[in-house]
Design a protein around this ligand. Sequence first.
Ligand SMILES: C[S@@+](CC[C@H](N)C(=O)[O-])C[C@H]1O[C@@H](n2cnc3c(N)ncnc32)[C@H](O)[C@@H]1O
Length: 290
Amino acid sequence: MATTLAQAIAWGRSRLLRAGVASPDVDAVLLAAHTLGLGRGDTEARAILGAPEPHGYRDLVERRARREPLQHITGTAPFRKLELAVGPGVFVPRPETELLVQLTLDLVRVWRGAGETHPGVIDLGTGSGAIALAVASEDPASRVTAVEREPAALEWTRRNLAGSRVRLLESDYRDVTVESAGRFCVVVTNPPYVPDGEIPEDPEVRDYDPPTALYGGDETGMTFPCAAMDTAVRILRPGGSFVMEHAESQVAAVARALEDRGFRDIHTHHDLTDRPRATTATLPGPGPGG
Ligand SMILES: C[S@@+](CC[C@H](N)C(=O)[O-])C[C@H]1O[C@@H](n2cnc3c(N)ncnc32)[C@H](O)[C@@H]1O
């Protein structure tokens, strides 16, 4: 007997649940939506109306059950108002990183309110280009630069940035200087910060995110975050701001490292699940309007 879409989704849900996938309900529907070339709502509506199981659905569920990331299977990742192309070689953007975009937009707005027509923003370690593209598209007056070093990630960066206003620097972010990039009102970064010995448990992260996007360079995970701070000190304007994502366990170490480098107004920010996952800080100087 032919299987309906609703029966296939129910099967997909239980298959993914057994495989240990964290969000089996959503993933089962989104894989069906991808197979049909429809949105989630339309797919659920079709399931209610008794549509047949789409061809190829079970193969996609089996890939997901082997813990291939959903975003690698569909080829896209939602981020703020964007759909980014992602796949092997690039870090899949996470919902918690959307907080960095909001913090950056808030700072850019202050600079613009103080008369800076096109505040400069630079995203260190842009990966898919998520942060840079979201800032550029949500605040079209901002001038956004994105920096990425890894060749495999750069394939995706170039693809996502094509046709956008974002300038791409194919470089190590530790080498960025005022001569190579200019001066910025805001430096934003989601650097590699996982302590070297802390191998993530989720296969989607451990086996698919590039190690160069994850590991922070030592047992505290702070080498690359501190390198981003050093670059920020060099390329920020006086009174400019630094915005960085980090692990919950790194709040105190991040604040100390920023203080050591002369930053002030150091604030920790909580993500949607109320975890302290981002810090902002400002360099001394006149700042917006000064
Ligand atoms: C955690 S991922 C963040 C990617 C993206 N910004 C996001 O939030 O989804 C860190 C990114 O920094 C890049 N990266 C790591 N070290 C770098 C370096 N020294 N210079 C430039 N990019 C670097 C990695 O290749 C990776 O794309």
